[in-house]
Design a protein around this ligand. Structure first.
Ligand SMILES: [Fe+2]
Ligand SMILES: [Fe+2]
Ligand SMILES: [Fe+2]
Ligand SMILES: [Fe+2]
Length: 399
């Protein structure tokens, strides 16, 4: 029997509160952990952060004190979940090591979603974006070698390759060209909605992370690179969030958020290799089942429809972290030179794009290019991790 979150019983809300002892989880060991365990932690931190922020936005649109109180109660539990999840990350890892892991998430999660996405237009949006985060990984890996004298394979292992994608400086597009056409609620499969929510939440958390940690560095090149890529993550959030049709009611959006949390905790429970972390995914799934039940109750009452009308009849196959090397290489061979114009994609550098490039670059070499040059000067050669042979676009050196 397929797992149907709407039919399952979770933990009653009154019993979900945890004390300090329970919140104080033991972090993973950065030297021995499965890199994909760290990726799942980072993903769920993004999902919980979105759950909290979404609930705050909903509360601000709401006049009824009783509904605000209901939202506040569930939101406090989401905040506890976020603490537990993010505190699984070890203090022993540097900010840059965590950054590299964030980009590994962006690569392998987005590639998985692109592979599974049934809607061609949405698939294209993920394929377009993944080549950019793939390039960020390469830029940060070079910064890491340069300022921490370590190699990124310590973090990504051999699971994700590190080499140029669409060059980072070409990601600076006019904001107008970052807005896509939304998917249509009535014809799109429920899975597409979950995908869009997941990737938007992950990119939003990456944006928040870079905008806050960037100035913690002393090295000018590090400060500059975080600014540059931080601004691109803003573009990515705009790109992915525009895939979701805004016509959905607040109740429906809440329902989708809780359903997606169930889907991801279930997925990670099914695929987790670390037993202690797996226990947390299972516990949180059982909490989310109750959040979903409460959201479904409000949806019936205030939206006047049945949850079955908008949700999938059963959970789709589990979201899985696994290598996507061949898939990424195919995209590198065919989609490196794409940019956007209006809501679509083009291969030529058009006027608005050139204007934006001029305005942002100001005629200077961008940090994302300089970091490679500077690392080559210091380390003798730039950092790459090509486990499957030469670069598919024939790029032997940068640019
Ligand atoms: Fe949650
Ligand atoms: Fe990125
Ligand atoms: Fe991104
Ligand atoms: Fe939740």
């Amino acid at each position: 029997m397929a797992f149907d979150p709407l039919q399952e019983r979770g933990i009653p809300l009154d019993e979900q509160l945890r004390d300090w002892r329970e919140l104080n989880v033991t972090p993973i060991d950065p030297d021995r952990c499965d890199p994909y365990t760290r990726c799942r932690i980072i993903t769920m931190n993004g999902i919980e952060t979105e759950a909290i922020l979404f609930s705050h936005h909903m509360a601000r649109h709401c006049r009824d004190v009783e509904i605000k109180q209901r939202l506040a109660r569930v939101r406090y539990i989401e905040a506890q979940q976020q603490k537990v999840v993010n505190w699984l990350l070890p203090g022993a890892s540097s900010v840059l090591e965590t950054t590299i892991a964030y980009e590994q998430v962006a690569v392998d999660l987005t590639a998985w979603v692109a592979r599974m996405e049934p809607d061609q237009r949405l698939k294209q949006a993920y394929q377009f974006g993944v080549l950019e985060d793939f390039d960020h990984l390469y830029r940060y890996a070079n910064l890491y070698e340069m300022i921490e004298h370590r190699r990124a394979d310590k973090i990504v292992d051999q699971l994700t390759e590190v080499m140029p994608g669409r060059p980072t400086y070409l990601h600076h597009r006019d904001p107008m060209d970052n807005v896509r056409e939304p998917y249509q609620r009535r014809v799109t499969e429920p899975l597409s909605r979950l995908h869009a929510l997941t990737i938007t939440a992950a990119e939003q958390q990456t944006m928040n992370f870079y905008m806050n940690v960037g100035p913690m560095y002393m090295e000018p090149i590090a400060r500059q690179l975080y600014q540059e890529i931080g601004l691109i993550e803003e573009e990515h959030v705009t790109h992915y969030e525009s895939l979701v049709e805004p016509g959905e009611s607040w109740w429906e959006r809440l329902l989708n958020h809780e359903y997606n949390e169930c889907y991801l905790y279930y997925s990670f429970m099914e695929t987790e290799s670390d037993p202690k972390v797996k226990n947390i995914w299972e516990l949180h799934l059982n909490m989310e089942l109750e959040h979903l039940r409460l959201a479904a109750e409000m949806f019936r009452r205030f939206d006047g429809r049945d949850p079955d009308q908008v949700l999938a009849p059963a959970l789709p196959p589990p979201v899985t972290f696994e290598p996507n090397k061949g898939y990424i290489r195919d995209l590198l061979a065919t989609q490196m030179d794409l940019t956007t114009l209006g809501t679509g994609y083009v291969r030529e550098a058009h006027e608005r794009f050139e204007k934006m490039q001029q305005a942002v670059m100001g005629g200077e070499r961008p940090p994302s290019e300089r970091v490679i040059e500077e690392n080559r000067a210091i380390s003798g050669e730039e950092y790459r991790l090509q486990t499957e042979g030469r670069h598919p676009a024939g790029l032997r050196v940068n640019r």
